[in-house]
Structures are given as structure tokens and as C-alpha cells.
Design a protein around this ligand. Structure first.
Ligand SMILES: Cc1cc2nc3c(=O)[nH]c(=O)nc-3n(C[C@H](O)[C@H](O)[C@H](O)COP(=O)(O)OP(=O)(O)OC[C@H]3O[C@@H](n4cnc5c(N)ncnc54)[C@H](O)[C@@H]3O)c2cc1C
Length: 313
């Protein structure tokens, strides 16, 4: 396995729990990945193709919902609204979460339509810790290592699963992988219980408020082809300003952390396999802004492909 983000760890858990001997190799440990920087909500954002994304997202929704009953996972089911400043239809995935249209009284100032639903909100650093522990309990191991090519990894094991996120651009020589930089701000929770997300079609900026128990994640940015992972002070100020405008109780909330990650955006998620004589290479990357949302659906498909290939490990 290459990669210790949410795609790599979830896939590693599924493979190890199906009885395979699995080692995760990655140059960044789970807490240092883009996955650790994510908000994160179940939301199929910036990922294609639509039919597969919908299927993988539904599978993941069931898994995350089930895991939310265990506090140690960092997952909570939270109710809230996604609202738009212009009229727009219910998103295709709305039925999966039982979304219903907001009444005019429920909408925030300046918004004309919206959807209320309950969905998993994931405290990513905690959740990745949970996945890493579950992987270790299933007999998995981790090695910090940077590969220059996928071929190099294929000399180490008969089955390699490539979950390298935006790193796949260099590692797999895949120019279709783009980084879409995302920044967010973590503040102390002043008592917010419900999530909010501005879903205005074509909006220049992202605005979202995801409450965890002690903290609130404020987002965000979406900068194409920007590989800089240093937090930008001005972007952070603007994020806070936009979030306070929709959630005034956030004014003055103590800032705890700035996070930046690189969404691995691709025209379509790459979940494909390649046979190389007696070896198997499965790619599982390019999940864009929905890596958490698609994680279990994609991981289970990788297991099916590995089992179907009859290559042993
Ligand atoms: C600000 C922000 C908010 C987000 N919010 C959400 C959200 O609310 N919901 C949601 O579903 N998604 C969200 N996302 C998207 C989500 O974070 C990504 O889709 C997901 O993290 C991608 O996971 P990954 O495991 O593929 O990649 P990563 O987390 O980037 O992990 C890649 C792994 O591969 C390893 N690797 C790469 N190249 C090499 C190499 N050459 N050799 C060895 N190891 C290598 C890295 O070290 C790392 O361990 C958000 C993203 C950002 C930035």
C-alpha cells in the first residue's frame, strides 16, 4: 500500500481485515496528510464521475453512520443546512441523507433556498488515529518511505495499491491530477451545534461551519493548481470574516489552528487495476474534495479487485 491518508488507511483496514498481510508505506504519516487537514463532512464535492461517486458515497455514508456510535472514531451525526443565494435544485445526493427543503424562516439572511439534513461530521485527526489503530489491530504495519516511481514499490510486493492522493501526479506520472488547495481555520466552539454550508452555484468563495465537540472548523478556500501548503494570513482572515457573517456567535472565538491541504482533483477518480505478469497494481486516488466521503466505497471495491485477481500476497 502506498499512502497513509484516508484513502490509504481505509483501504489498508479493509484489506487487512479480509485476512491479507498489509504494510502501508508513505512519506507522510496520517497526521501530516491532506486528509488530516480536511473539515470534514460527508459531501460529494469536486469528484467525478457522478454515478460511481454516488454509489461510493452511499456506501461510505452507511459506514460512517455506523461508526458514529463509537466516540473514539471522532465521527458525529450533525444536523444543519446547506443554503444557496440563488435558486437551485436539491442535490442528487440529497435523498441519501433525507434532505428536506428549508422553510423561509430557517434560511440565513441573503439566502433564498436551502436543505436541512443530518450527516456525518468527522474530526479528521482523531478519525485517522482510529483507522491507524484498527489497521494495527488487524496485523498491519506502517513504514515511512518515499517512492519515486510505482515500479519501485512493485518490487516490494505482489500487490500494490496506490493511494497517493495529489502525490500521484509525480509518482504515477499522471498529469491529470491537479492540486486544489484548501485552507481552513479551527476555532474554539462557542456552543454551535449545527453545521452550515454555503452551496451557491458558481460562488467564488467557500463558506462553511462544521462543529466538532470542542472546536469548530471554518472554511474555506479552493485554489486551483496551487501546491503551497503554507497557511495564508489574509485567506484566514477572510474565512473568519465570512463565517462570522453567517454565524455571528463565532465573533471573537479563539483561533486554535490553521490547516492547509491539497485536494487531489482529477476528471474522474482513478480506481483501476493493471496486471504486470504475476503482480497487481490497483490505483485508488483522485478523490478531489470528497476523499472522506468516498473512502469506504472505494476501499471495498479495491478489496474486491484484489480478491478477484487471485494474486496472493
Ligand atoms: C481544506 C480541505 C477540506 C476538505 N474537506 C473535505 C470534506 O469535508 N469531506 C470530504 O470528503 N473531503 C474533504 N476534503 C478532501 C479530502 O481531504 C481529500 O479528498 C482526501 O484527503 C484525499 O485523501 P488521500 O488519502 O487520497 O490523500 P492524502 O491525504 O493526501 O494522502 C496521500 C498519502 O500518500 C503518500 N504519498 C504521496 N506520494 C508518495 C510517494 N511518492 N511516496 C510515498 N508516499 C507518498 C503521502 O505521504 C500520504 O500519506 C477536503 C480537503 C481539504 C484540503
Amino acid at each position: 500500500m502506498i499512502g497513509a491518508g484516508v484513502a490509504g488507511l481505509t483501504t489498508a483496514v479493509c484489506l487487512a481485515e479480509s485476512g491479507m498481510k498489509v504494510r502501508v508505506d508513505a512519506d507522510l504519516a496520517p497526521g501530516e496528510t491532506t486528509s488530516a487537514a480536511a473539515g470534514a463532512m460527508w459531501d460529494p464535492y469536486l469528484a467525478e464521475p457522478r454515478d460511481l461517486v454516488e454509489r461510493w458515497a452511499r456506501t461510505t455514508l452507511s459506514e460512517l453512520t455506523a461508526l458514529s456510535s463509537d466516540k473514539d472514531t471522532g465521527i458525529r451525526m450533525v444536523e444543519g443546512t446547506q443554503e444557496s443565494r440563488t435558486p437551485c435544485p436539491l442535490p442528487a445526493w440529497g435523498s441519501a441523507v433525507g434532505a428536506r427543503q428549508c422553510t423561509p424562516e430557517e434560511l440565513r439572511h441573503g439566502f433564498v433556498t436551502g436543505w436541512r439534513y443530518r450527516a456525518p461530521v468527522v474530526d479528521m485527526p482523531r478519525y485517522l488515529g482510529y483507522l491507524a489503530r484498527r489497521f494495527a489491530q488487524a496485523g498491519g504495519s506502517f513504514r515511512r518511505h518515499r517512492y519515486e516511481t510505482v515500479a519501485e514499490a512493485m518490487r516490494e510486493a505482489p500487490v500494490v495499491v496506490n493511494c497517493s492522493g495529489s502525490g500521484a501526479r509525480a509518482l504515477a506520472g499522471d498529469p491529470e491530477v491537479e492540486a486544489v488547495r484548501g485552507q481552513l481555520v479551527v476555532v474554539e466552539n462557542p456552543g454551535i451545534e449545527s453545521f452550515f454550508c454555503d452551496d451557491t452555484p458558481g460562488a467564488d468563495e467557500l463558506t462553511y461551519v462544521y462543529p466538532h465537540s470542542e472546536t469548530v472548523v471554518l472554511g474555506g478556500t479552493s485554489d486551483r493548481d496551487d501546491w503551497d501548503v503554507t497557511p495564508d494570513d489574509r485567506a484566514a482572515d477572510q474565512i473568519v470574516h465570512r463565517c462570522v457573517a453567517v454565524e455571528p456567535s463565532l465573533a471573537g472565538a479563539r483561533i486554535l489552528e490553521h490547516r492547509v491541504g491539497l485536494r487531489p482533483v482529477r476528471k474522474r477518480v482513478r480506481l483501476t487495476e493493471e496486471r504486470h505478469k504475476d503482480a497487481l497494481l490497483v490505483h485508488n486516488y483522485g478523490h478531489g474534495g470528497a476523499g472522506v466521503t468516498l473512502s469506504w466505497g472505494c476501499a471495498q471495491e479495491v478489496v474486491e479487485r484484489v480478491q478477484g485477481s487471485r494474486v496472493t500476497n
